[in-house]
Design a protein around this ligand. Structure first.
Ligand code: NAI
Ligand code: MG
Length: 329
């Protein structure tokens, strides 16, 4: 299997080496292809990513990605959007569950849900029109796009608690009615129990009653926002992994960005990136994937934690500790 490795910018360059150290303990036959993409590359060459890069990525089976700093150029088009579209990674899967000994803002540890975010359309369609006094971004909802994300969410719900919450804003945004209707129909076809929530009410409810939810399916922007917010439920943005899944490819990335405020200090939490490795292993069908959870629990219980969780360990210390546990188990 061929894995494209894109560290990107900022803390991406710190958390991905830690994640790779963890991946290497599994001794799998993985050929890694490193690519430099992002802001630093743009500064150096004037292009954050080229068509050739995308072709190289397409020759791989999966991608492990850190984060990139958005390029401050009005003509810049998001690399992430280009890759998600180019590889048709339509499902962004973000598991949200508490980790041992880590309290989030609500102090609760009784929740376990997954946000399944539509990843190729919605307000991130990239169809934009910019004028001096007005700017337009087209929000795209299609039956096909809604059907396949709903089907993905239902398949997942079947493996879990068989419950789906459809998050939308169809009372105001008419396009959301199509999304809602298609998700409802799909849930019925799959025999999955479904309910729906308006996105604003959902934001409130996730903070008040996160235990109520199992699989949450939503459109692109809402999923983006609700998942960062859920980072506060878990305790840190540095703890949330995500997978972008398509028919052919998979792309694993932490939910967080390049965090310029802490970049270069060696204190970024690598656990989101390390949990991405777990998701990659699961995608590969590796039976020992759950050992990563065990190793992460072990380091948390031993308080080998970075400052965002109140600790004093560095990024590399946490990576070494997780890898060490895996090497000895
Ligand atoms: P961010 O996610 O980089 O940081 C938000 C806050 O969370 C910061 O205070 C940061 O220090 C903290 N944080 C994030 N990850 C952490 C970790 N692993 N350990 C400890 N603390 C962590 O979001 P921000 O600051 O809005 O964006 C910074 C840059 O990243 C921007 O250029 C943005 O466009 C880009 N970005 C890139 C993403 C990607 O490549 N997937 C996703 C989100 C933002
Ligand atoms: Mg985001």
């Amino acid at each position: 299997m061929k894995l494209a490795v894109i560290e990107g910018d900022g803390i991406g360059r710190e958390v991905i080496p830690a994640a790779l150290e963890v991946l290497d303990t599994f001794g799998l036959d993985i050929e890694k292809v490193s690519l430099e993409l992002g802001y630093a590359r743009w500064e150096r060459t004037g292009a954050a990513m080229t068509e050739e890069d995308l072709d190289l990525i397409k020759e791989c089976d999966a991608v492990l990605f850190g984060a990139i700093t958005t390029v401050p150029d009005p003509n810049y088009k998001s690399i992430l959007l280009a890759i998600r579209k180019g590889l048709d990674l339509y499902a962004n899967v973000r598991p949200i569950k508490p980790l041992p000994g880590i309290a989030g803002v609500t102090g609760r540890s009784d929740f376990d849900f997954v946000i399944v975010r539509e990843n190729t359309e919605g307000l991130y369609s990239g169809i934009e029109e910019l004028h001096e006094d007005a700017a337009y971004t087209r929000r795209v909802i299609t039956r096909r796009g809604s059907e396949r994300i709903a089907a993905y969410a239902c398949e997942l719900a079947k493996k879990r608690d068989n419950r789906l919450t459809i998050v939308h804003k169809s009372n105001v945004i008419k396009a959301d009615k199509l999304f809602l209707d298609v998700c409802r129909e799909t849930a019925e076809d799959y025999g999955v129990e479904s309910s729906d929530m308006l996105v604003d009410a959902m934001a409130y409810s996730l903070m008040k009653q996160p235990e109520k939810y199992d699989v949450v399916v939503t459109t692109n922007l809402y999923g983006d926002i609700l998942s960062d917010m859920s980072g506060a439920l878990v305790g840190s943005l540095g703890l949330l992994p995500s997978a972008n899944i398509g028919e052919k490819y998979a792309f694993f990335e932490p939910v967080h960005g390049s965090a310029p405020d802490i970049a270069g200090k060696g204190i970024a939490n690598p656990l989101a990136a390390i949990l991405c490795v777990k998701m990659l292993l699961e995608w590969l069908g590796e039976k020992k994937a759950s050992l990563v959870d065990e190793a992460v629990s072990h380091v948390l219980q031993n308080k080998i934690i970075t400052p965002d969780l109140g600790g004093t360990s560095g990024t590399a210390d946490v990576g070494h500790a997780v890898a060490e546990y895996l090497r000895s188990h």
